[in-house]
Write a protein that binds this ligand. Sequence first.
Ligand SMILES: Cc1cc2nc3c(=O)[nH]c(=O)nc-3n(C[C@H](O)[C@H](O)[C@H](O)COP(=O)(O)OP(=O)(O)OC[C@H]3O[C@@H](n4cnc5c(N)ncnc54)[C@H](O)[C@@H]3O)c2cc1C
Length: 408
Amino acid sequence: MKIAVIGGGAAGMMAAITAAENGAEVIIYERNDRVGKKILATGNGKCNFSNADMGPDYFYGNDKERAWKVIEKFDEKKTVSFFENAGMLVKNRNGGLYPTSGQASTVLDILRQKLAAKNIKVITEQLVKEVQKEKNSEKIAVITKGTKAVYDRVIIACGGAAAPKTGSDGNGYRLAKNLGHSLVDTVPALVQLKCTEEYLKAISGVRTDAALELLIDGKKAGCESGELQFTDYGISGIVVFQLSRTAAYALKQKKKVTMYINCLPEFTDETYKSFIKERKQRLKDADTVETFFTGMLNKKLMLLFIKLAGLKTTDSYKKASQEKIDKVFALCRCLPMHVCDTNSFDNAQVTAGGIPLAEVSDNLESRKVKNVYFAGEILDVDGVCGGYNLQWAWTSGYVAGEAATKKQ
Ligand SMILES: Cc1cc2nc3c(=O)[nH]c(=O)nc-3n(C[C@H](O)[C@H](O)[C@H](O)COP(=O)(O)OP(=O)(O)OC[C@H]3O[C@@H](n4cnc5c(N)ncnc54)[C@H](O)[C@@H]3O)c2cc1C
């Protein structure tokens, strides 16, 4: 049986290895000059390839239940076994699974060695322009500039639209559309958020622990805690990435998106009240407003909150309005920021949306064209930050590769 895999990313390589292990003759078409370019960029170069804490709640898409059923077929334990059996030592860092080497290139080395061991042909610098069903036959044609070859099965694993410099620029959706597939609206996810506040330049670069609450049209739509980074255009950090998907779809629907930022999440409302009372007592002789607030938070943030409350740092603390002093305290625990956009796909780690799971079987075969399969980010499944997107790539690659060879 001859199988072509379109795209030599995580999903494509896993699909190719699985199909070859089942005895198929496999060829990978990759547009870049080498396979696995994106893998090298993952996990800040360390490759968070899966997570020991796996569950349906870590995944998004229009059909989460079916996505989870697919993941159960090749879960994080099977993924770890796959890499360990090939010789990779695995480290668990608070649940996140990484190669012990601390190098994403280790994951790619293992995959490339497997491709070679299984005699999988890799043709690079070959952009697939069309995938077509052959007339009067169940075979599938793969067309590049100047070439056409025919296969028993084709697995499309072209990725989504995120990080186009790595080769996944959304062109896979066109291949799928030409086969009769539709597309769930795509938006950048695991991405920074742009905000309208003019003061951002003053606090750009500040990092602080924070609890974030996302509001869509005034209603709570999510919350996350962790390290937040202010930038000159908005907010960044894993804590922001985790909420970005929900924000991106709301913005696409022209909804109002607000983020409440609590820079002192360790306090409860009650303990904060006592803290304020005690601070006012202890520092009642502070000369200026700045002196009174010194030591609470990052200095740039504190100076901003003083300004936003309508005070000057040099104002006498004793003469300052208590209402304004209380406003500064309030801003420390609830800074509202107005989100106007996300950064583009260039900066996103993943694409939300894609080919609907309703248009593929449980084994990821196209319901539009027999003998065509999909794997990876091109499908309408994405995960939260923490190894879940690569897990989907391994899972879907394995399931498509296995099904393509097992089918009668
Ligand atoms: C900076 C960054 C960091 C990340 N970190 C993590 C992390 O630590 N953990 C995690 O789980 N996820 C992470 N992700 C997400 C994860 O890398 C992706 O979800 C996953 O790699 C998607 O795999 P894929 O095989 O579906 O697609 P891709 O890896 O995008 O591979 C698709 C391949 O297809 C090729 N291609 C596209 N179109 C064609 C065509 N027409 N013809 C031929 N070839 C084609 C592309 O060149 C590419 O090589 C990160 C992403 C980025 C950008």
